[in-house]
Design a protein around this ligand. Structure first.
Ligand code: FCB
Length: 443
């Protein structure tokens, strides 16, 4: 790595991120069914029909996994608390075993001198609520608020920071318009509703957190670098529309209380009635912003398709095993833009950044120089963003462990720690050691 801690401000933290359904093993400990269990059980949705039933068995192995995090010299751990583990039906009966698990997890994080960064929703929608329409039902905001109260009453006294939701664009657009993620809808009306209700749920959860006196409350949004795929005015317009849907809709609602007009024009009559009245709750102040960044997309017009009439075209840049172009400059740009146009001096964390690689485990371990380069490039982009004035407070690598990569099942490996899913043996990769080395150098 071409950086050490000395390149960053004293209070800048390094960590790794995970999410409940992707690592815990959702068949353990009385968790309820989620929409990912049923999505995966339906042919054609998920590679190999893989699901999160066992995943990395983190439910039983979290102590050893946290030891790894600590041994890398990290400062913090970002994890999510599964709604369906705490409330198997989404509401009503609490699963005490689930609350106990998160209680022990938080204590184990603290016992290792790590800061717990909690995410309330990283896509673990209880099936019983999916039956009622999930994110398309306005009541989801109250259901989510109630879950927030229940889990925070148990662990809120010990966590360092809490995010309401992870990646609302994926929760709504990717899952209800493109159909790639659970619940796999492809419907513009469902999308318009989900894209508003996910913000409403954020606002409701923020209000509940504030009422409890919870400190350090924020949200994790995903951003990409949306770039015109050629130099025509049509490609420019297509990229601007993609940018509005992906990069502006959520942060605009939260930071400014408004939605981009060109997206509202597309959603037309499909927006929920009187959505305007919710914008005040949605745009209440947050304490920090989490940014997940992975790639850029080259956008071209697709006039043969209905709105938004856009497509992604081939990118000449080197790609990760997901086929995602590697473009650290995009991270620097988005951080600068967010601080200038939206959040000012508010603390910003990169809450996810990482790459999948087709890793090979040998007797010597896993040699993954491409991942080390990826991390290096993106951490240096964060450093440049700081120099340009962004109030950056931390960087979390996605992910600590190889894990359940949603529609790609266990086929894509993002970890700095390799997981053998047959034996559950963990092997830190060369990138883990490179990062640990960089973090060892004290300021
Ligand atoms: C993000 C998700 C995370 C993981 C990475 C690769 O969109 O938040 O769970 O799947 O992508």
């Amino acid at each position: 790595m071409q950086f050490t801690r000395a390149d960053f401000p004293d209070d800048f933290i390094f960590g790794a991120a995970t999410a409940a359904y992707q690592i815990e093993g959702h068949s353990f400990g009385g968790a309820g069914s989620t929409h990912w269990d049923t999505f995966a059980a339906t042919p054609g949705n998920v590679f190999g029909a893989h699901d999160g039933a066992v995943a990395c068995d983190h439910y039983h192995r979290f102590e050893a996994d946290l030891d790894l995090l600590q041994s890398a010299g990290m400062d913090a751990y970002r994890f999510s608390t599964s709604w369906a583990r705490v409330l198997p039906e989404g509401r009503g009966q609490v699963n005490e075993e689930g609350l106990d698990f998160y209680d022990r997890l938080v204590d184990a994080i603290l016992a290792r001198g790590l800061k717990p960064f909690q995410t309330l929703y990283h896509w673990e929608m209880p099936s019983a609520l999916a039956d009622l329409g999930g994110w398309t039902n306005r009541d989801v905001a109250q259901w989510f608020g109630d879950f927030t109260d229940i889990i925070m009453a148990r662990i809120g006294d010990r966590i360092e920071s809490v995010a309401t939701l992870n990646e609302p664009w994926c929760v709504s657009f990717l899952s209800h318009f493109l159909g790639h993620h659970a619940p796999g809808k492809r419907d513009i009306r469902a999308t318009a509703r989900a894209m508003h209700h996910v913000n409403l749920a954020h606002g409701e959860a923020m209000a509940r957190l504030r009422a409890r006196g919870q400190k350090n409350c924020g949200i994790v949004l995903n951003f990409e670098h949306s770039q015109p795929g050629n130099d025509t005015p049509e490609a420019q317009a297509a990229a601007e529309l993609q940018d509005a849907i992906y990069n502006q809709w959520f942060i605009g609602a939260i930071a400014k209380g408004s939605y981009p007009q060109r997206v509202l024009d597309g959603f037309g009559q499909h927006m929920p009635k009187d959505w305007q009245a919710d914008m005040e709750l949605i745009s209440q102040p947050i304490d920090w912003l989490g940014v997940n960044y992975y790639t850029r997309n080259l956008i071209v017009p697709a006039p043969e398709l209905p709105w938004p009439s856009i497509n992604v075209t081939a990118d000449p840049l080197p790609k990760t095993d997901m086929g995602w172009a590697i473009f650290p400059e995009g991270l620097r740009n988005i951080l600068g833009r967010l601080s200038k146009d939206y959040v000012g001096d508010m603390p910003i964390y990169v809450t996810e950044n990482g790459m999948a690689w087709n890793d090979t485990l040998t007797d010597e371990g896993v040699d993954d120089p491409a991942r080390t380069d990826y991390i290096n490039g993106h951490v240096l982009a964060v450093k440049e963003a700081i120099e340009a004035g962004a109030n950056m407070k931390g960087f979390f690598y996605w992910s600590l462990l190889d894990n359940y990569e949603w529609a790609f099942g266990y086929d894509k490996r993002f970890g700095i720690v390799h997981v053998d899913y047959e034996t559950q043996v963990r092997t830190p990769k060369a990138s883990f050691h490179a990062l640990a080395q960089a973090l060892k150098t004290n300021r």
